[in-house]
Design a protein around this ligand. Structure first.
Ligand code: HEM
Length: 455
């Protein structure tokens, strides 16, 4: 006899709506209340849908390692199809499995060397364009900078001309039309704008593919790699598949990286004691004007711990969902088929038995001695198992290069005292966060900023 029970519901549910309003308004508070009331598994109601939420390494691992057959990933994200097409895990399972080896090849270690060069060039160009001193909104800047990095890394040095002037505006129109609730075929202005933008982008990408097919030796970029390497079944990708995959990768990687990159800088500026360690490490291991190579990057331990701590405290992708196809057991609980199932950064990343003072910014928790990052399933920022983020190293390295070159060359302070999490449909980011900067070469010549870093 099966004596397992379904997860208990968090308090605060309303008639008909259930927890829908609080889910939209303050998911963190809702999850944390559920966890404190019922522990590592609890439930909520979104209109007529039941959703279970799990916490902690054991349950998160089970969530991530379950097969796509038992926990369906494509249904819950199907609202993205109208924007990007049947791509990555929203494609039918067989098509996804067929493309997977290609995805891994795109982010191989050898390719990362080229990506690092592209990152360095674009990030340095951004810093050169800042002038000697001024103020910028780091949230907006990171959105533009990550576009430039993706452009150069995936399309090559001529990416601006090749993608055309309207590419990112069009991408923005597509991104803004993402709507998990409204049927995507309704004749609404935002959906019309999305469809027109999608068509322009697809035409442009098809031209780029055609040029490369005619003269592949002249290019060494993502597109040439995508049509030169076979899928798992030995077939090669069609132009249509390459176009859709390209857009899917930009969607998966752009706002997510921009959000965490901005938070990484904000959190460092709010925690100047730790910033001093980062600064000393950058000064000791890098040289102004020299490209960052693998050896230098490996020496930037405090920088990477800061990036991990940002992922814990300000994850861009806190919502990872599945539809339960076959009942799944967690301890004495069972989540029935037909429910939604989710992991939660708001609870997993704040477990007191794993993270000392979880509310506190403390990147050294990831050091070997403290070992709080040893079980990677406690952190859900980049997912896990089969669907673990393929672009994780790309994103982490990009954030490391941004952080390193910025603090290598500029003294920076935070002007906006308390930026907040900005919740988006694609990814979370930060609200406006003005930083004031001054080029370090000038600091000895003129009076320094009041609180500038002058380590
Ligand atoms: C800070 C930046 C990023 C964050 C926080 C992030 C987060 C995530 C998460 C949580 C997942 C798993 C989704 C799930 O299981 O439901 C995922 C998957 C994925 N991400 Fe990222 N991502 C980031 C950057 C990137 C970049 C730069 C790329 C590529 C350019 C990328 C490509 C992908 C792909 C292809 C998948 C699907 C993997 C699969 O299902 O096989 N991501 N990402």
């Amino acid at each position: 006899m099966n004596t397992r029970i379904t997860p208990k519901f968090v308090s605060g549910g309303k008639p008909v709506l259930g927890h829908t309003l609080e889910f939209r308004k303050n998911l963190t508070r809702l999850d944390q209340r559920g966890h404190s009331e019922h522990g590592d598994i609890f439930a909520m109601k979104l209109m007529n849908k039941n959703m279970a939420v799990v916490t902690g390494a054991d349950y998160n691992k089970k969530f991530y390692l379950e097969t796509d057959k038992a926990l369906n990933i494509s249904d819950v994200y199907s609202f993205l199809k109208a924007s990007f097409g049947e791509v990555l895990f929203i494609a039918p399972h067989e098509a996804y499995m067929n493309q997977r080896p290609l995805l891994q090849a795109i982010f191989s270690r050898t390719k990362m060397v080229d990506y690092l060069k592209a990152m360095h060039i674009e990030i340095q160009a951004w810093l050169d364009g800042l002038g000697d001193e001024g103020e910028i909104d780091i949230s907006a800047e990171m959105l533009h900078l990550t576009q430039a990095v993706a452009g150069r890394a995936f399309i090559g040095p001529n990416y601006r001309a090749e993608l055309g002037e309207t590419f990112w505006q069009d991408y923005d129109a597509i991104s803004r039309a993402i709507d998990p609730v409204t049927p995507s075929h309704l004749p609404l202005p935002k959906f019309r704008r999305r469809d027109a933008a999608k068509q322009r982008i697809q035409e442009r990408l098809k031209q780029l593919i055609a040029k490369r097919r005619q003269n592949p030796e002249a290019y060494d970029d993502l597109i040439t790699q995508l049509f030169a390497e076979p899928k798992k079944d030995g077939q090669f990708m069609t132009d249509e598949e390459i176009t859709i995959l390209f857009m899917g990768l930009i969607f998966a990687g752009h706002e997510t990286t921009a959000g965490q990159a901005a938070w990484n800088i904000i959190l460092l500026l709010q925690n100047r004691e730790y910033l001093r360690l980062v600064q000393a490490e950058i000064d000791a291991n890098t040289e102004m004007g020299q490209p960052l190579d693998g050896r230098m990057m490996r020496a930037l331990q405090h920088v990477y711990w800061a990036i991990d701590e940002t992922a814990r405290l300000r994850p861009s992708a806190p919502m990872q969902l599945r539809t339960v196809e076959e009942p799944i057991e967690f301890g004495e609980h069972v989540v029935p088929a037909g429910w939604l199932l989710r992991v939660s950064s708001a609870t997993s990343h704040y477990q007191e038995n794993v993270f000392a003072n979880p509310e506190v910014y403390d990147p050294r928790r990831f050091s070997r001695e403290r070992g709080e990052g040893n079980n990677s399933y406690n952190i859900v920022s980049f997912g896990g198992g089969m669907h673990k983020c393929t672009g994780m190293n790309f994103a982490n390295n990009e954030m490391a290069v941004i952080t390193t070159l910025l603090f290598q060359q500029f003294a920076v302070e935070l002007v906006t005292p308390d930026p907040q999490v900005l919740t988006g449909v694609g990814a979370n980011g930060a609200t406006e966060a003005i930083i004031r900067y001054r080029r370090k070469a000038l600091i000895n010549e003129r009076p320094v900023l009041e609180t500038a870093v002058t380590v």
